[in-house]
Design a protein around this ligand. Structure first.
Ligand code: PLP
Length: 387
């Protein structure tokens, strides 16, 4: 569906032209495991995509496993690494994660703990949504088999110090998984420099189609597969290669990395313009880290006083503005966000997220609409304003 102004790129950003072309080119690919010429041509496309991903995320092509998205990559990392550690250990194993993780990480972490497969520690964030490195390191025990800390939070846009955490955990011999799903579009994700053992990425957050992602699993890291079958992708993820989606992912990441510093600077300026305009309205506060270096340039998260969240997103929607009153990855149910609760965020939350297609004209149009809609909604429910 067309919208006038997409301020929900963190939910899904439009595919890049390079990704559309690659998907189209390989849509009717032969099975990439077939030995005939058409199959081998599809295999070349998949392997070329793997190399593009490895160059984009700075790892070896051999370490890239294609998945159906970020959720599967997170599940593979958590369950696969925990189960492999259990197989090797005679005693219990321990998992550390954080209270700001996406449900794709917290879900499997809690599930593993409920089954008794792992003891779980969930580290609390600071009110700005960042998780201090020292707090994570303090949670590590002798039996810790995995730490999972997201690179950047999908709601507040808070960026964690993965480049500091990775080497510290490596020194202690503990693998670090990072969910970099929200980071790839604007941050210089670097598996090698960050010394992470595993990383998740998702195509539809940076210009590939929905339904494709990768798990980076570093050489030598024991991982129990979640799917068994034909043994594709090092036997870690069986299933016929999705040549079109994989090729589109490779093309998109190459394009995103090529213009990432330009996009980052542009979105930083647009985000500031958007935030300044919103903060000029009565009863609006910005959430998340105050230092620009600690938040994604794409995310502007605010709380509004005296405005009903559902009424606000509906009014924005009617005016052609797509925004999110919470994270859009779940069932669509309007439940309170555990992440915002963990950070003590009060008021009606609104996440506005920019992406590679965002323009100044869109931001200005959105600000005009906010200037009209917010006071109008408050007039309708005057008692709530200032509560
Ligand atoms: C931080 C984070 N992790 C994981 C996911 C899930 O990715 P996918 O939608 O590709 O399954 C999302 C989706 O919003 C996300 O923001």
């Amino acid at each position: 569906m067309d919208v006038d102004v997409l301020l929900d790129h963190a939910a899904s950003t439009p595919p890049r032209p390079e990704a559309r072309a690659a998907l189209q080119r390989w849509l009717d690919a032969a099975n990439a495991s077939a030995t005939h010429a058409a199959g081998q041509a599809a295999r070349v496309a998949v392997e070329q995509a793997r190399e593009q991903v490895a160059a984009g995320l700075r790892c070896s092509p051999h370490e890239v496993v294609f998945t159906s998205g970020g959720t599967e990559a997170d599940n593979l990392a958590l369950k696969g690494i925990v189960w492999a550690a259990r197989e090797r250990s005679s005693g219990p194993v321990h998992l550390v994660t954080t209270g700001v993780e996406h449900p794709a990480v917290l879900g499997p972490a809690r599930w593993l703990a409920e089954r008794g497969d792992v003891a779980l520690t969930v580290v609390a964030p600071d009110p700005d949504g960042r998780v201090p490195v020292e707090r994570v390191l303090d949670a590590v025990r002798a039996d810790t088999c995995l730490v999972s800390v997201m690179t950047a939070n999908n709601e507040l846009g808070a960026v964690n110090a993965i480049a500091d955490l990775g080497p510290s955990l490596r020194e202690r011999g503990v693998p670090l998984h990072t969910d970099a799903v929200q980071a790839v579009a604007t941050l210089d994700v670097d598996v090698t420099a960050w010394q992470v053992a595993a990383l998740s990425a998702s195509g539809h957050k940076f210009g590939a189609p929905q339904g494709v992602g990768v798990a980076v699993l570093r050489r030598g890291l024991p991982v129990v597969p979640l799917t068994h079958g034909g043994g594709q992708d090092r036997g870690v993820r069986s299933g016929t290669f999705a040549a079109g989606l994989d090729a589109a992912f490779g093309a998109a990441i190459e394009a995103a990395v090529a213009d990432r510093s330009e996009v980052r600077a542009r979105l930083r300026a647009l985000g500031d313009r958007l935030a300044d305009g919103l903060l000029g309205l009565d009863g609006v506060r910005r959430n998340g880290p105050s230092a620009a270096a600690h938040r994604l340039p794409s995310h502007v998260h605010v709380s509004l006083d005296g405005v009903d969240g559902a009424a606000l997103t509906l009014a924005l929607d009617r005016a052609g503005i797509a925004a999110s009153s919470g994270a859009a990855c779940g069932s669509g149910a309007a439940t309170a966000s555990p992440v915002l609760e963990a950070c003590g965020v009060v008021g009606t939350p609104l996440r506005l997220s920019l992406g590679w297609t965002s323009t100044e004209a869109e931001v200005d149009r959105a600000l005009d609409v906010f200037g009209d809609v917010v006071p109008r909604l408050r007039r309708r429910q005057p008692a709530a304003h200032g509560a």
